[in-house]
Ligand binder design. Structure first.
Ligand code: HEM
Length: 203
């Protein structure tokens, strides 16, 4: 309870904490991020990021040696996090809580939402199955369509070989994106404390 209170400003109006006001969506997003990290670390013990092993390893997650639900729990908490963070954005927008000093935290929030999205995209590449090929084809075409730097960008993101693109997706998925997400959530919660929570009737 002390921890939950610590995530909020020192002084806050009782009405601003009402579940009917925040819908608990920020807290739900933090909880889902925790589930993602935990299940992700457990999955990492059974996954090798090479084109020869990735498909075999992810298929093995469905077999008896690995708890069947672990892969699904990881994927579902990622989809739910995207939904919860988006609904949180809608709730903040609806209450006009993005104005004045809170505009900085709105921008941190947009960054967090983008990170969650790219976490899903890089995660979809890791099983190295048909869906992964579709994601790579789509994002390769999007990168190439960027004016002037398109082909350079595609080369930089994908690398020279199939193993290189899988390794890059893996490094982004397990190191860079979670690291930035963790730092971003810390900054976001610190800004909520600093700026104070908005409340019903005053944004
Ligand atoms: C991983 C994603 C996110 C997490 C974990 C998170 C977490 C939180 C938490 C715990 C709060 C405290 C109040 C509440 O629960 O509503 C909060 C408030 C806030 N969040 Fe987020 N958030 C995320 C994404 C976003 C996004 C996408 C936006 C908008 C673009 C955003 C903008 C804000 C703003 C402006 C506040 C202050 C609201 C107020 O004073 O009423 N956040 N966030």
């Amino acid at each position: 309870m002390t921890f939950v209170r610590g995530l909020h400003p020192d002084k806050v109006k009782r009405t601003a904490l009402r579940f009917s006001y925040t819908l608990g969506l920020g807290g739900i997003s933090i909880g889902l991020t925790g589930v993602l990290v935990l299940t992700g670390v457990l999955l990492a013990f059974g996954y090798r990021p090479t084109t020869a092993a990735a498909y075999v390893d992810t298929q093995a997650f469905g077999q008896a040696s690995y708890p069947l639900f672990l892969r699904s729990l990881h994927a579902w908490s990622a989809y739910l996090l995207l939904a919860a963070a988006f609904l949180h954005l809608v709730r903040v927008f609806y209450h006009g809580a993005y104005r004045d000093d809170r505009r900085w935290n709105w921008m941190v929030g947009v960054g967090l939402l983008l990170l969650v999205f790219f976490g899903l995209v890089t995660g979809a590449v890791l099983p190295w199955d048909e869906a992964a090929m579709a994601v790579l084809a789509l994002f390769g075409a999007v990168a190439e369509a960027v004016p002037f730097i398109g082909s350079w960008l595609r080369g930089a993101l994908f690398g020279p070989t199939a193993d290189a693109v899988l390794l890059r997706a893996y490094v982004f998925h397990v190191l860079i994106i979670p690291g930035l997400l963790f730092a971003g959530v810390l900054i976001h919660v610190w800004r909520v404390r600093r700026d104070g929570l908005s409340g019903p009737g005053e944004s």
